[in-house]
Design a protein around this ligand. Structure first.
Ligand code: IMP
Length: 427
């Protein structure tokens, strides 16, 4: 069986964790392919509530092998902490592998992320300060350390000594901050090596064999398409590729092996951090959504910016990811609203803009053009079949399908796995 990709269609936090955990029941492999511990997936299941940052959501199924792919950057301290917290709750993590090609977040990345953000002042991106940007800069700058470097003491020691010298130059001369000690960094990372080495393998070979056996492989996206460095609101974006294309690159699985690409969208929009968000609300509806849906970052606890569904941005997501279907999450959050709006176009001065602009200065000038639909004012969390949804809720979903030219495969009406309407099952 070929691979399925689950991606974020908006600015992240769409509820991918729940959708992947749900579909993972049918999968044999679940692979994270981008980002790092900037991502946060909340999973609620019979074992409790978990905030996963690096380990794929499939970890809760004994028959599922979880993989951190080559496209991820790993902060080993954060990963070990996550592994320990899962083990403490009785979750078996022996079916878990790390790509030898995945880059590592180093202490100087964390420091530089904070120093760079402070230097940006009012123009700060609002990064998660997990060192993600600087780690990807080093990856493309060909200066990164990879998980495979943890396997050899001599290699690790040499690479850390080289890189700490280079980075200390920036840290002390550009930012006037205190230098790092290469010896301390090495001791720390050699310690991580003792815990992680047994998990570090050639995951490309592992996945090739899985596909040859026709095992279902699920690729779990992190962040969302509008945070993609190419298609998102650059420069207010992340540093790796949350798209379906990123799924291929970040796992070593080619496009030919992908059979289905599911884009996860909230029934409204949220964003954390800086950057334009045309449908952002600052009125009581925003507060209502935020409080009702606990819209606070899983990783940083920051309040998320909330707004109406943006179909202009959504259509771009459908296009650049070749989505075969959508999962619409948190529909129940809208249960209490008498009127619901969808942004169908933007207006910039007198001009109607139908396509998501590439330049943020143009996007910042765009005002949303809204279509208003009646709300359903009925609880939906108990609904399990599409046809049992209130008519107004079905009309809302149908309109999203029309505007995005993409079918709705899954509707989520609550955080729990059973609070789901599966229109097109997997497997
Ligand atoms: P970074 O990925 O930490 O460098 O942050 C860059 C931008 O992406 C900031 O606006 C972050 O708030 C945003 N971001 C990164 N990861 C996530 C996520 O998992 N969900 C939502 N926003 C994210």
């Amino acid at each position: 069986m070929p691979a399925i990709i689950v991606i974020g269609g908006q600015w992240g936090d769409e509820g991918k964790g729940k959708i992947v955990e749900l579909l993972a029941e049918k999968a044999r492999f679940v692979v994270r392919y981008s980002g790092g511990n900037n991502a946060g997936h909340t999973v609620i299941n019979q074992y409790g509530e978990f905030g996963l940052h690096l380990i794929p959501s499939g970890i809760f199924y004994p028959g599922v092998t979880c993989v951190i792919g080559n496209g991820v950057v790993i902060d080993p301290a954060s990963l070990i902490q996550e592994m320990e917290s899962l083990k403490a709750k009785g979750i078996d993590i022996s079916n878990f592998f790390i790509s030898e090609r995945a880059h590592m977040v180093m202490p100087y990345h964390l420091l530089l992320d904070a120093l760079e953000e402070e230097a940006r002042g009012a123009g700060a991106i609002g990064t998660t300060r997990r060192g993600i940007g600087p780690a990807f800069v080093d990856k493309t700058g060909r200066q990164g350390l990879r998980a495979g470097d943890l396997l050899e003491r001599e290699v690790l020691s040499k690479r850390i000594a080289e890189m700490v010298t280079v980075k200390n130059g920036f840290i002390t001369r550009v930012y006037g901050a205190a230098p790092l000690s290469a010896g301390d960094v090495f001791e720390k990372y050699w310690g991580y090596s003792q815990v992680l080495s047994r998990y570090i393998v050639d995951t490309v070979a592992l996945l090739k064999d899985a596909l040859a056996r026709k095992d279902l492989v699920m690729l779990e996206g992190a962040q969302g398409t509008l945070l993609d460095p190419d298609f998102g609101t650059y420069p207010y974006v992340t540093s790796s590729y949350p798209t379906a294309g990123g799924g291929c690159q970040g796992s070593g699985i080619g496009p030919k092996d992908i059979s289905r690409i599911i884009g996860v969208f909230k029934a409204y929009s949220t964003r954390v951090g800086g950057g334009p968000m045309p449908t952002e609300l600052t009125d009581e509806t925003a507060t209502l959504i935020r409080e009702r849906a606990r819209e606070y970052g899983t990783t940083t606890g920051r309040p998320r910016r909330c707004g109406w569904f943006d179909a202009v941005a959504g259509a771009l997501s459908v296009q650049v990811n070749s989505l075969t279907g959508m999962a619409v999450t948190r529909l129940d959050v809208l249960d209490i609203l008498p009127t619901i709006k969808i942004c169908t176009a933007y207006k910039s001065g007198d001009r109607v803009v139908q396509r998501f602009p590439a330049q943020i200065d143009l996007l910042e000038k765009c005002c949303p053009v809204y279509e208003e639909l009646p709300g359903w004012l009925t609880p939906t969390s108990g609904v399990r079949r599409y046809r049992d949804l209130p008519l107004a809720a079905r009309r809302y979903l149908r309109r999203l399908e029309e505007l995005l030219a993409c079918p709705v495969d899954i509707v989520s009406v609550g955080a729990r796995r059973e609070e789901t309407i599966m229109i097109k099952p997997v497997g």
